[in-house]
Design a protein around this ligand. Structure first.
Ligand code: HEC
Length: 127
């Protein structure tokens, strides 16, 4: 488990550092099922691709975080739970890594969807 982030600058450089942490987590816990983050290459046939060709970017942040952690329930769930294995900041980091592969319009759209969900207050403890 990765604890905290080195305070190393502002803006996009701290996002880059977070994505870098997330890459290590992804490689350790996600790669064998989801394959290469951008293309899904090498992954299982039933594990969705997280890159621009997948639909992961359609979901708001709170939902993605719960999906990653395993606290979001949906029918026929097969993805393992990471409760007790990944901290909230690990989940943030791995999500940042996934986002770093999206196209700019997808990033912009997903940010808006996340804000709208937060406005409607349907998500949980998402800031
Ligand atoms: C044992 C294989 C397996 C592992 C390990 C795994 N996943 Fe998954 N994941 C799946 C499958 C299969 C699905 C499709 C939904 C389902 O069956 O639960 C999924 C769904 C998802 C979704 C929803 C995607 C979407 O587009 O709706 C996200 C996000 C996700 N996984 C992220 C991760 C992350 C991040 C990790 C590592 C921390 C991870 N998964 C580890 C198999 C896995």
């Amino acid at each position: 488990m990765i604890v905290g982030l080195a305070a190393c600058g502002i803006g996009s450089s701290s996002e880059d550092a977070l994505a870098k942490e997330g890459m290590a987590i992804y490689e350790m816990h996600c790669l064998n099922c989801h394959g290469e983050a951008g293309t899904g290459e090498g992954g299982l046939a039933n594990a969705p691709v997280h890159g621009p060709l997948g639909h992961t970017w359609h979901h708001p942040d709170w939902m993605l975080k719960e999906m990653i952690l395993g606290t979001f329930d949906y029918p026929q769930k097969t993805m393992p739970s990471f409760v007790g294995k990944l901290s909230d900041s690990d989940v943030e980091a791995v999500l940042e890594y996934i986002k770093s592969g999206w196209d700019t319009p997808q990033i912009v759209w997903q940010k808006e969807v996340t804000l709208k969900w937060n406005e409607l207050n349907q998500g949980e403890d998402d800031q």
